[in-house]
Ligand binder design. Structure first.
Ligand SMILES: Cc1ncc(COP(=O)(O)O)c(C=O)c1O
Length: 369
């Protein structure tokens, strides 16, 4: 967490002892802090404060939108990209089962080009009168590639098709203007910007009905029940006020240049497309991503292999496969994200370590270089 977010979190947890739904002074203090945080977040993303529903993170936000819309719809088409996060693809898979297909549901997953970007034209051409929901991510969590959400949302608004934008990876990295975007739903998460884990938000367009996943006490204007996580939300607002990832682009680019100089056959994915500033996804042919991750871990570097948001995945990244990358090369993929606390030299030190690891693994495998 950013120091300011941590400070806000600790202060709120210590001092705001009331339940924001309570009418006594302690409750009113907590309510005031919650509403101030809501206004601060709304100002940062140019949204109406009343449109913000606090949740436990991006996964819950995506699920509220998807399940809420689809459970209330007649069978029809759902259009998404093949490179969405599992927080979108998993809930949607329910509408791709045999039973759902027999009822008339169809799940269309639009593939990106080899640069990792979905074509707006291709995506929009699939939307028709039978489309019940469109889900599109703003920036991909593996490659960092920015998707044409504005064009897609504009079309959905004209045709009246509900649209969810998963902006978890865009928050703090791209300029978010929710009022201008005018999507039905925008999903956000605090922990991607130096806020606390387990906090997020769903921005809901005015007039759009929300069906609760877990009904209860009717908090968040009857859109998400449960006592609000006041310290988490206050810290989310503090982190967002400071979030600025623009300086990481030069760090990431210096890393990629050094990687290619040291290991010329390394492949950086999505490089030809516009990306968010802090992400780099690359493969070193012949080196397994999981093995590389463990070797780097021993050397003190925390990197991710493939798509794993959770550990223990052995499947090659569905994003790379959708981009047409061969499964062997996809299995070599390693993802790094620069963030607060990193300095330019970290990327260069990582490249030096990659060179050493490759040399060691080749020697162990008996490859003469
Ligand atoms: C694009 C995207 N959507 C959704 C999520 C899920 O967010 P959370 O971890 O807050 O549930 C993530 C997490 O990495 C993500 O990258």
């Amino acid at each position: 967490m950013r120091p300011s977010a941590l400070e806000a979190y600790v202060g709120a947890a210590r001092d705001l002892v009331g339940n924001p739904s309570s009418l006594h002074w302690a409750g009113r203090e907590a309510r005031r802090a919650l509403e101030d945080a809501r206004e601060s977040i709304a100002a940062c993303i140019h949204a109406d404060p009343g449109s913000i529903v606090f949740t436990s993170g991006g996964t819950e936000s995506d699920n509220i939108a998807i399940q809420g819309v689809l459970h209330a719809s007649a069978p029809g088409k759902i259009i998404t990209s093949a490179i969405e996060h599992p927080a979108v693809l998993q809930p949607l898979s329910r509408w791709a089962s045999r039973e759902a297909r027999e009822q008339g549901w169809q799940l269309v997953q639009v593939r990106p080009g080899s640069d990792g970007r979905v074509s707006a034209e291709d995506f929009i051409s699939r939307i028709d009168d039978s489309t019940r929901l469109v889900c599109i991510m703003w920036a991909n969590n593996e490659t960092g590639v920015i998707q044409p959400v504005k064009e897609i949302v504009r079309h959905c608004r004209v045709t009246g098709v509900p649209v969810l934008v998963d902006a978890v990876q865009a928050l703090g990295k791209l300029s978010l203007d929710c009022l201008t975007l005018d999507a039905d739903f925008v999903a956000l998460s605090a922990h991607k910007i130096g806020g606390p884990r387990g906090v997020g938000a769903l921005v809901v367009r005015r007039g759009v009905k929300v069906r609760e996943l877990a009904p209860g006490g009717g908090q968040e204007r009857k859109r998400r029940s449960g006592t609000e996580n006041v310290p988490g939300v206050v810290a989310f607002a503090a982190a967002l006020r400071e979030a600025d990832f623009s300086s990481y682009a030069s760090m990431r680019d210096a890393f990629e240049r050094a990687l290619e100089e040291t290991i010329p056959d390394a492949v950086v994915f999505g490089r030809e497309a516009e990306r968010v500033a802090n992400t780099s996804l690359f493969s070193i042919p012949g080196l397994d991503g999981e093995t590389l991750l463990m070797q780097l871990d021993l050397a003190g570097f925390a990197v991710a292999s493939g798509s794993a948001c959770s550990s223990g995945k052995r499947e090659p990244s569905h994003v790379l496969l959708a981009m047409g990358v061969k499964s062997g090369l996809a299995r070599s993929a390693v993802r790094i994200s620069f963030g607060p606390g990193n300095v330019r030299d970290d990327g260069l030190a990582l490249v030096r370590e990659l060179g050493r690891i490759r040399q060691r693994l080749r020697t162990m495998a008996g490859v003469v270089s």
